[in-house]
Design a protein around this ligand. Sequence first.
Ligand code: NAD
Length: 436
Amino acid sequence: MNVCVIGTGYVGLVTGACFAEFGVNVVCVDKQADKIAALEAGEIPIYEPGLDDLVERNVREQRLSFSTDTESSVRDALVVFIAVGTPPRDDGGTNLSAVEAVAREIGRAMDGYKVVVTKSTVPVGTGKALRRAIQEELDAAGRDLHFSVASNPEFLREGAAIGDFMRPDRVVLGVEDEQAHAILRDLFRPLFLIETPFVMTNVETAELSKYAANSFLATKISFINEMANLCERVGADVHAVAKAMGLDRRIGKKFLHPGPGYGGSCFPKDTRSAAHFAREAGETLEIVESVIRVNERQRLRMVEKIVEAMGGEVDGRTVGMLGLSFKPETDDMRDAPAVEIVRGLRARGAAVRAYDPVAMPAAARVLPEIQMCKNAYEACEGADAMLLVTEWNQFRMLDLERLRGLLRQPVVVDLRNVYEPGPMRAAGFRYTCVGR
Ligand code: NAD
């Protein structure tokens, strides 16, 4: 089977490489010629553990290739995945211009039956809009062709994307006819073989499932962050609260870790998008709208927390920041809490020195005002506080004595609760964390 994946970002590249690994022929298409040229030269444009080996092997074994030519790539494929970006608009809605543009390109290129599958996260109703756009292009060219539209939302986590694709908790397939169903069943056969649960449904339900799942996960995060803030007021320990909650199997312990608020390329935009398209459909998602507000407040609260930990004034002071990406094991800086924190500190007159194991090149593009350092210790040298923002493993066992010698003030603000308050205070630090 020939598969074409349009949009070679975090999702498209992982999808393409993993399908190739299953043994099908895949071409990954992108309109960014420099990205495709880099991939053809063996360079991986993003940091995702294991992806380089997977791509290299499948290119070598000639199951995976790259192209900027949508037309011929679509013609050669039976299944076309759309994995382009769906960024937020200022009003919270979703900018679907890339999806729409790709739909029209597919319509213009089509010369026979295809299954067109959206992997991008798209508001409910996009599948129908996609069908209309493709049909309009076919009509304009006077071509009478049959095609299927399907929805296969992606649930992978950056940093664990390959494992999530190869051994997913579930696969959701929204299809509108038997032919597409049979073809997609065949394509996903390796996952059927390992007894992956499949949710077979219609296109609208598949589209909504992705927003429901992300909104629920975001809810857990905002919930525990509110509890953490309450813990700080009443002298309780949020970790014990989270454990007590999470051991109840009806609740589960995942996503009950307090911190600076959720970020990344999905939760912030997907929660806003869900609230927006629900309102347009005549329903207010009261819980999701609160989750968004709680998260925004949590972000702002972190800057206040840092300022307070540094004595109420940061003008002319320096912060040594550890971690920039929105979570460990990725270089993705989209909506990373670090961005708002740096801007908040800069607005109050502080200077920021930072270190991140992989995200510094991406961070330098959005935060040119910070000084990048070679390692955690260099970032803390001469700083008035160490600020831990992303819990990379290498920040879990820092040489505390060395750090105390490097810092101008023994202040540690740990927004991920990586360290324990008691031992940190015993080691001579003025230690602040979240909800303890
Ligand atoms: P991305 O920005 O990393 O990649 C999108 C790619 O699409 C870019 O390389 C861009 O150049 C390309 N593109 C845009 N228009 C194009 C066109 N007309 N023709 C060809 N290529 C085009 O985005 P991403 O993070 O991979 O996300 C893609 C989609 O998947 C989004 O809808 C996102 O919400 C969803 N998603 C992302 C994740 C994640 O962890 N990143 C997880 C699940 C779902």
